[in-house]
Design a binder for this molecule. Structure first.
Ligand SMILES: NC(=O)C1=CN([C@@H]2O[C@H](COP(=O)(O)OP(=O)(O)OC[C@H]3O[C@@H](n4cnc5c(N)ncnc54)[C@H](O)[C@@H]3O)[C@@H](O)[C@H]2O)C=CC1
Ligand SMILES: C[C@H](O)[C@@H]1OC(=O)[C@H](O)[C@@H]1O
Length: 260
């Protein structure tokens, strides 16, 4: 088991990639703190989602707690760490995954859409990472932080001008934290998913021509599934990756390199 008896915090764990990270970590022996926020939004119709994740992890014989909290709020990181320590005694791994991508054109981008996207995706990642790192430093036994960046850190999107800079920022955050936290034995890496079928892009991919375009661009011939990303996060969080820090792993079926 890759994460036997490790304590893992996952932000954005009720759905999609975060949910898959949480369940995969539990399958690999971890106890998990599940963060989520805003799932009562009618567009998702997912109210029981966090309950299902809790039940799923319990059925694997591991422990999990759910902590609702907006990562854009500065204190949420500290609250997640406190919940982890109260419930499980420590924090070994942070999967900083929560993120939003409200597609919008650039020229008339509402400031609140830009600022909320920055606050959740980048500021949230910063503060949660800082809180987890301070706990790991105090424990004195190292740790691992894996952020969900994106292929969008490397390439643009005309309806994602507010989003792609946050994903480049998350990648850069992990690179700098690798340097800042290496002396404490804390490794920091990111995954860069390509196009993964989740609620985040369900509406965008309901355009069948756009979906077919992506499938054609991907050498492995299909969109990604949340589990494709989760397995890579768990690897980077595990001791199998003990000499890997400051790295970014594309998990995109080959889409990035497919020029022609
Ligand atoms: N789906 C995709 O194609 C890709 C997704 N990503 C990234 O993966 C991460 C997860 O995305 P998906 O699973 O696709 O999205 P999703 O929409 O399926 O799930 C989002 C999760 O984040 C949580 N969340 C949203 N706002 C939050 C907030 N303010 N505070 C705390 N939790 C919050 C939700 O509760 C939910 O659990 C995001 O950071 C996204 O940018 C990166 C590359 C590709
Ligand atoms: C939501 C998008 O479909 C998805 O998000 C990303 O980060 C990927 O680059 C895709 O564009």
């Amino acid at each position: 088991m890759l994460l036997k008896d490790k304590v893992v915090i996952v932000t954005g764990a009720s759905r999609g990639i975060g949910r898959a990270i949480a369940v995969t970590a539990a399958r690999e022996g971890a106890d998990v703190v599940l963060n989520y926020w805003g799932d009562n939004d009618a567009t998702y119709n997912r109210r029981p989602a966090i309950r299902e994740v809790l039940d799923n992890i319990a059925s694997l014989g591991r422990r999990a707690i759910a902590v609702e909290g907006n990562v854009a709020e500065r204190d949420t990181g500290a609250a997640l760490v406190k919940a982890a320590v109260d419930a499980f005694g420590r924090v070994d791994v942070l999967a900083s995954n929560a993120g939003i991508c409200p597609f919008h054109a650039f020229l008339d981008m509402p400031p609140e859409v830009f600022e909320t996207t920055m606050a959740v995706n980048l500021h949230g990642a910063f503060y949660v990472t800082q809180a987890a790192a301070n706990q790991m430093k105090a424990q004195g036994t190292g740790g691992a932080i894996v952020a969900t960046s994106s292929i969008s850190a490397l390439v643009g999107g005309g309806m994602q001008t507010h989003y792609t800079p946050t994903k480049a920022g998350v990648h850069s955050l992990m690179q700098s934290c690798a340097i800042a936290l290496g002396p404490y034995g804390i490794r920091c890496n990111s995954v860069m998913p390509g196009t993964i079928a989740t609620d985040l892009n369900a509406e965008d991919l309901s355009d069948t021509a756009k979906k077919a375009y992506f499938e054609k661009r991907i050498p492995l011939g299909r969109l990604g599934e949340p589990e494709d990303v989760a397995e890579c996060v768990v690897f980077l969080a595990s001791d199998r990756a003990r000499y890997v820090t400051g790295a970014a792993l594309l998990v995109d079926g080959g889409m990035f390199v497919n020029l022609q």
